[in-house]
Ligand binder design. Structure first.
Ligand SMILES: Nc1ncnc2c1ncn2[C@@H]1O[C@H](COP(=O)(O)OP(=O)(O)OP(=O)(O)O)[C@@H](O)[C@H]1O
Length: 235
C-alpha cells in the first residue's frame, strides 16, 4: 500500500533522509518512531507530494500520491494541524473538504460524531479551538473519504489522555477493518500502545524495523540504544 524505496532528501547542508526503505501494509498500524529532527515529517511530506525526494521513490497504491485519481478520497492525511483556516468553522472546514473530494454533505455530520465534536463546537471558528479540538478536526478531515490508507504526523499532539485513548481505539478499529495506518511520533509510549509494527528512524536513517514483538519487550531500551548509536556515528 505504502512503499518507500531508497528515499534520500538533502536540504542545503542537511541530509534529512538517507536511503530510507520500508513498506506499510493493510490491516495494521505502523508506528514511525524517531526523535525530534529524525526525518519523519520530511518522509511523510515526500510521500504526500509536498516535498520532492532527492532520489528514490515513495508511493501509495504503487503510484506517486499526486498521480492518484482523487487521492483525498482514498488516502487520509494529517500533516499539520496548525494549517487550518482560523476564520472558518469546524463544520465549514469539513464541508469544504467533503466537497473537494465529491462527498455528500451528510458525511460531515457523521465525521463530526466520529471525532466527538458537538454541533456547538462545529459552529465555532477554528481560530478559537484548543489544540486538541484542532487535532480532532484534522483527524476528521483525514477520515472524510473513508480512506484505505491513513498517514498521520504526530496526531496525538495536544490531545488529553482521554483523547489519546480515543484515538488509539479509533486507529485500532480502522486497521482491523483493513486500513493501512502510518502513524509518526517521537513518543515511544504512544507508538508502543497502538502499533503492530514499528519503523525506527534516527538522523535520516532507518535504524530498525519489525513487529513490536520482534523488537523485544523493552522497546524503550532498543530506541534509546539505537538513537544513541546513530548520534555517536554521526559525530
Ligand atoms: N524545509 C527545510 N529546509 C531545511 N532543512 C529542513 C527542512 N525541513 C526539515 N529540515 C531538516 O531536516 C531534518 C529532519 O526534519 P523533520 O522535520 O523531517 O524531522 P522530524 O523527525 O519530523 O522531527 P520532529 O519530531 O521534531 O517533528 C532536520 O534536521 C530539519 O532541520
Amino acid at each position: 500500500m505504502i512503499e518507500f524505496s531508497h528515499v534520500s532528501k538533502a536540504y542545503r547542508g542537511v541530509q534529512a533522509l538517507d536511503d530510507v526503505s520500508f513498506t506499510v501494509g493493510p490491516g495494521c498500524v505502523t508506528g514511525f518512531l524517531g526523535p525530534n529532527g529524525a526525518g519523519k515529517s520530511t518522509a511523510l511530506r515526500i510521500l504526500t507530494g509536498l516535498a520532492r525526494a532527492t532520489s528514490g521513490s515513495a508511493t501509495v497504491f504503487g503510484r506517486a500520491y499526486a498521480e492518484l485519481d482523487n487521492p483525498g478520497a482514498r488516502v487520509g492525511t494529517l500533516l499539520d494541524a496548525g494549517a487550518l483556516h482560523p476564520g472558518r468553522t469546524g463544520r465549514e472546514t469539513l464541508t469544504l473538504g467533503a466537497m473537494m473530494i465529491g462527498l455528500p454533505r451528510a458525511r460531515v455530520g457523521e465525521v463530526l460524531d466520529l471525532v466527538g465534536l458537538t454541533d456547538r463546537e462545529a459552529g465555532r471558528t477554528v481560530g478559537g479551538y484548543s489544540l486538541g479540538m484542532r487535532q480532532r478536526l484534522c483527524i476528521g478531515h483525514a477520515l472524510l473519504g473513508r480512506p484505505e490508507v491513513l498517514i498521520l504526523d504526530e496526531p496525538a499532539n495536544g490531545l488529553d489522555p482521554q483523547g489519546i485513548h480515543w484515538m488509539r481505539v479509533l486507529l485500532r478499529g480502522l486497521a482491523d477493518s483493513g486500513c493501512s495506518v502510518l502513524l509518526s511520533s517521537h513518543l515511544l509510549h504512544e507508538i508502543e500502545q497502538v502499533a503492530d509494527r514499528v519503523v525506527m528512524i534516527g538522523r535520516g536513517r532507518i535504524l530498525t524495523q519489525g513487529t513490536v514483538a520482534e523488537l523485544g519487550r523493552n522497546l524503550e531500551e532498543t530506541f534509546l540504544e539505537l538513537t544513541a548509536n546513530a548520534d555517536r556515528s554521526a559525530s
